[in-house]
Design a protein around this ligand. Sequence first.
Ligand SMILES: C[S@@+](CC[C@H](N)C(=O)[O-])C[C@H]1O[C@@H](n2cnc3c(N)ncnc32)[C@H](O)[C@@H]1O
Length: 201
Amino acid sequence: MSDLASLPTRPGPPQRRRKPLRLPSAFRYYEVELPGRLSDKADRLTTAGLVPTCDRRPIDADLTGDWHQLVIDAGLRTDEPTLWFAEGLIQYLPKERARNLFHDMHALSATGSAACGDFVDGEFFSEPEHHRMLSRIATLGLSMTSIDDPIHWFAHEGWSAQIFRPSDLLAGSHPFLSIPIPERLAVRRPGIGYFLAKYQP
Ligand SMILES: C[S@@+](CC[C@H](N)C(=O)[O-])C[C@H]1O[C@@H](n2cnc3c(N)ncnc32)[C@H](O)[C@@H]1O
């Protein structure tokens, strides 16, 4: 949800380049990544001449550990609504850690906060096309987490959730979309979903 998150680190053909979001300078964007990775990303963006328009605050932290205080120290206001954005993350965390991540976000969220991101479900694992990738991940000693009851998963303690599939994005029915996404951006893989959870206790 920031200029930086929406920018490619390596420019592709012009028609495939994503447009940077021109977020206002007052928009505070906290980007949490494993230690050491954000400085490399910042270097690449600077080299490419890309400068964030919003107030970007990078935080080196492991989201499976104690990251709360680091975000608060960076200025996060827990009395104001926050939009949490977890893209390509939850499926790579062990299930228990992924659950804890939601409890952590909840603890830092004021009424009116929202969380969005993607997940994979059981269908992703039964799709033959994915078996090679999954066994490669296993040889690295890693695994992927599936969420089979996403509405229940993301809806707890005052949160309510909606789930969207790639076909919904193509139809433009996600509330964050003012127009449908173009066909070329649709993720055609089975078992991929997108959640949008809102905190209105
Ligand atoms: C598929 S990429 C998504 C990239 C991200 N959406 C962006 O725009 O930069 C997954 C990212 O999650 C990060 N990640 C994985 N495990 C993490 C953890 N425990 N704590 C913090 N970041 C983590 C990885 O370093 C990687 O950059």
